[in-house]
Design a protein. Sequence first.
Length: 149
Amino acid sequence: MFVQAQTGRKNAVYLEVLGSGGWFSLNYERKIWAYKKLSLQLRGGAGTYRLKDYKGQWNPDLVLPFSAIARYGHRHQAELGLGQTLSSLPQYDAQQQAPKRSLSLSTHAMAGYRYIASSGLLLGISYTPILEFQRSIRHWLGVSIGYAF
């Protein structure tokens, strides 16, 4: 019965501090496949690095991570994932002398651990290296708290 309750949770909503979504991100995950202890999830999120632009005005960076994550386990889960992060960052446009958004893609990976309590409380920690703007690697550690349902 306990295993059935854990594998029946197909959705998760969680806040991740650091990780592939910037300083913090709000994420939604959906389980799309499961077999015994192995499962595959798709994740989408929205986060940020900075809230103000170069002028000090409210103009947040938008960081949108999308991932495919494989997990092994029920209550205690090992996870591996891979994805892309779309970033929309305000930058100074010299021609228009105003902020202009630039779009870029970064590739991210993840390896970590997730715990899901019988109440649905979700806690996780992961190593999330990011190939930032497809040029240099940034090493991140992500910490998650949320709810699985």
